[in-house]
Design a protein around this ligand. Structure first.
Ligand code: ADP
Ligand code: MG
Length: 453
């Protein structure tokens, strides 16, 4: 199937070609024709398979006819996070470069002035997070009754408990005869049932069963004791040929502490979570995208929709509490046909949570064992030769003795390794630096022995 067979305009096909796409993905070839026919849609396809273009491309052609008016956007795309809304806007700009369409990005945490001005000038496409949209609506800066097309990206997230009152309110302000489209990789049945009340005779497009994980992701679970989590994560970061990784934790405090700890061990990491101001969130995500840091420690604010090229690994430092989050978190790797690896650290307390994940995805997750390690494991440490030059020294790995690791937080914090642990780590570092690339001749970590039986 070619893009040219889908009924898109020539100028749009030119933009698609420039984006470097040679053929449509399954969700694109199945969704684009019905979207062009103004049908309501529930579109389910795995993470990283091009759902965005499956609604943005036909929307551009639909919007190309008609005129914009002040304060009355003609279409609306809702997304659960500011970063995702911004990314959808970037997609719109990329594919819509040959069209005269105006878009406005309405997200919280940034000034309203430019957003209000754009609305006054008239927009064809509004891309928004619900909070800011409601705010502007209540201030009378926007009218939604000219909005004949609605897309809800990450729809199941948007229709769960926290967001549903906002979505209900927004939908009540839109015209009743409109086109509505929902997209996600997951769609729990109760949410789909609820979703139907926003839709009119929808066409359900399910490229793959909801909540199945992308086939390009190799996933492992790593049984660990709670106190071994940080050490295990560092070992994996060092030995699984990690290029770029997102590390998810369940709590914002864990995100902060883990990032500081990793930085203290010399990793190039940064963090993103909902307690940061928006400019910092944007800045840290940009630094990650630009490769200034290669590890992003994140809360679930980064779990949905974000498309960062070259993410080779996802680590669940904590097993997610909600099984759907697992699908989305690991879906930050293995995108657009690239291969990815995903590791989930599992403690005894996580038994139920990981069982729920396996039930939801319909797949058991392999336990990470010696055979899965990418470097060669040599049981006996090599004799150290003091004169020998380090064969691999990709970065300094000296733990910093800064305040974050000092007395301020006491020994309770995992980030303040007790003396004994620290000297053991120094040994590990030294032997590591002596080893040839692709070889590990330090002690075999306990979690591998556990998993090998
Ligand atoms: P999803 O929403 O399904 O998780 P995205 O829409 O974010 O996926 O797309 C994932 C990646 O795939 C993006 O980097 C996008 O540029 C790329 N992509 C989309 N469509 C195609 C295509 N037809 N061919 C190649 N790459 C594509
Ligand atoms: Mg998406």
């Amino acid at each position: 199937m070619n893009f040219a067979d889908l009924g898109l305009s020539e100028s749009l096909l030119a933009a698609v070609e420039e984006a470097g796409y040679t053929e449509p993905t399954p969700i694109q070839s199945q969704a684009i024709p019905p979207v062009l026919m103004m049908k309501d849609i529930i579109g389910i396809a795995q993470t990283g398979t091009g759902k965005t273009a499956s609604f943005v491309l036909p929307m551009i052609d639909v919007m190309a006819a008609g005129r914009r008016r002040a304060l009355m956007p003609r279409s609306l795309i809702l997304a659960p996070t500011r970063e995702l809304a911004a990314q959808v806007a970037e997609n719109f700009e990329k594919y819509g470069k040959n069209h005269d369409l105006k878009l406005a990005l309405l997200i919280g945490g940034v000034q309203m002035g430019d957003q209000i001005k754009a609305l006054n000038d008239g927009v064809d496409v509004l891309i928004a997070t619900p909070g800011r949209l409601m705010d502007l609506f209540e201030r009378g800066k926007i009218l939604l009754n000219g909005c004949e097309l609605l897309v809800i990206d990450e729809a199941d997230r948007m229709l769960d408990m926290g967001f549903i009152p906002d979505i209900e309110f927004i939908c009540s302000k839109l015209p009743e005869t409109r086109q509505t489209m929902l997209f996600s990789a997951t769609m729990p049945p109760p949410i789909e049932k609820l979703a139907k009340k926003f839709l009119n005779n929808p066409k359900r497009i399910e490229v793959s069963r909801a909540a199945t994980t992308n086939k390009d992701i190799t996933a492992f679970k790593v049984p660990v004791k709670p106190r071994q989590k940080q050490e295990t994560l560092r070992w994996l970061l060092d030995h699984d040929q990690v290029e770029t990784a997102i590390v998810f934790a369940n709590r914002k405090t864990t995100v902060r502490e883990l990032n500081k700890s990793l930085q203290g061990y010399g990793f190039r990491s940064s963090e993103i979570h909902g307690d940061m101001d928006q400019s910092s969130r944007i800045k840290e995500l940009e630094r990650f995208k630009a490769g200034e840091v290669n590890i992003l420690v994140a809360s679930d604010v980064a779990a949905r929709g974000l498309d960062v090229k070259g993410v080779s690994h996802v680590f669940n430092f904590d097993t997610p509490w909600h099984p759907d989050d697992y699908v989305h978190r690991i879906g930050r790797t293995g995108r657009a046909g690239a291969k990815g690896r995903a590791f989930t650290l599992v403690t005894d307390d996580d038994a139920e949570a990981i069982a729920n994940v396996e039930k939801l995805t319909g797949n058991g997750i392999a336990v990470f064992g010696k055979g899965d390690v990418r470097v060669e494991l040599v049981e006996k440490p090599r004799q150290r030769d003091e004169d020998e030059k380090p064969a691999r020294k990709s970065r300094e790995r000296v733990p910093r003795e800064d305040t974050e690791h000092g007395s301020e937080h006491g020994a309770e914090r995992e980030t303040a390794p007790p003396k004994q642990a620290r000297s053991r780590r120094r040994d590990e570092r030294d032997t590591n630096e002596q080893s040839a690339p692709g070889e590990w001749n330090g002690p075999i970590p306990g979690f591998l022995d556990v998993s090998a039986v």
